[in-house]
Design a protein around this ligand. Structure first.
Ligand code: NAG
Length: 145
């Protein structure tokens, strides 16, 4: 490698990005958080256990921009995200506040429907309420720093 190449601004820009985006291997950085697609299909609960084991949780989604990032990360899969209901309200697996942004395929599901207490994101980026196990799905984890 020549001196000219070493001193090119592009190299330093790459190094700075590598330091600023300290997600571990297999995770993707977006707006200061790390995300991972768990492409093996499983239940919401098992996926969340795996996300927590890795220091995160199934993904919460706080806005349209993050929703679009997660839709793309799922690469056409219908994937579990962190929304779940243990009663009358939706909650996020990372305990952040649920209410604010939402993108329901069916607005009626904004009230947790009986027997469908887990949320997935479909290939259009819309949220769907499902039974937490059937069919098994891929999932998206998030780690926020
Ligand atoms: C980026 O993250 C911050 C806080 O974590 C949030 O307030 C902001 O809305 C996010 N930006 C976008 C474009 O999602």
């Amino acid at each position: 490698m020549s001196f000219l190449e070493l001193s090119s601004p592009a190299i330093y820009k790459t190094l700075i990005i590598a330091v600023a985006t300290a997600c571990e291997w297999g995770w993707e950085e977006h707006n200061g958080s790390c995300y991972r697609l768990q492409s093996s299909t499983s239940t919401w609960t098992i996926h969340n256990f795996e996300c927590v084991y890795e220091g995160g949780a199934l993904a919460s989604i706080k806005g349209e921009e993050e929703n679009e990032f997660i839709r793309r990360l799922a690469r056409g899969r219908n994937a579990y995200i962190g929304g779940a209901s243990f009663g009358y309200n939706w909650e996020w697996a990372d305990h952040s506040s649920f209410y604010g942004y939402s993108n329901w395929a069916d607005q009626a599901d904004s009230y947790p429907p009986r027997g469908r207490p887990c949320i997935s994101i479909n290939s259009y980026g819309q949220w769907e309420a499902h039974c937490c196990a059937n069919p098994p799905r891929a999932a998206i984890c998030v780690r926020r720093w």
